[in-house]
Write a protein that binds this ligand. Structure first.
Ligand code: SF4
Length: 124
């Protein structure tokens, strides 16, 4: 039985060069080849993009009692792409009290992803 090979195209976002990547995968979503990358990070990016695509989540949360009504936040590490909507809902439902410290964990293990949501700045 012959396996179906699928070709996928990605733009590597690991650095500003933005190499165009061509990835060949098989039926089992195994990466057979990566071309177009100018360095090994591109191949690693392509493999992650096929198996477990992730993005850094960034938004704001409401803050009570602070100088500003909202504080920018981000995921401490890239979060699974298919969980970003769920994470956005969890963040939208959050109300934190000032003061907030940069790096402070505002949601631990958001939506069961093992990713923490942290403050991106100090807010008193
Ligand atoms: S493959 Fe390497 S050089 Fe090309 S965009 Fe990715 S990190 Fe940058």
């Amino acid at each position: 039985m012959s396996e179906n090979l699928i070709e996928k195209k990605f733009i590597c976002v690991s650095c500003p060069l933005g190499c165009g990547l061509t990835v060949v995968i098989n039926d089992k979503q195994e990466v057979l080849s990566v071309t177009g990358n100018s360095c090994p990070r591109g191949a690693a990016y392509a493999k992650t993009e096929v198996k477990d695509p992730r993005r850094v989540f960034a938004s704001t949360v409401r803050v009570k009692g602070g100088r500003l009504p909202v504080c920018p936040i981000r995921s401490k590490t890239p979060a699974p792409k298919n969980k970003l909507k769920e994470i956005a809902k969890a963040v939208a439902a959050l109300n934190v009290k000032a003061p907030v410290k940069i790096g402070q964990v505002l949601i631990h293990n958001v939506c069961g992803t093992d990713v923490d949501i942290v403050a991106s700045r100090d807010l008193s």
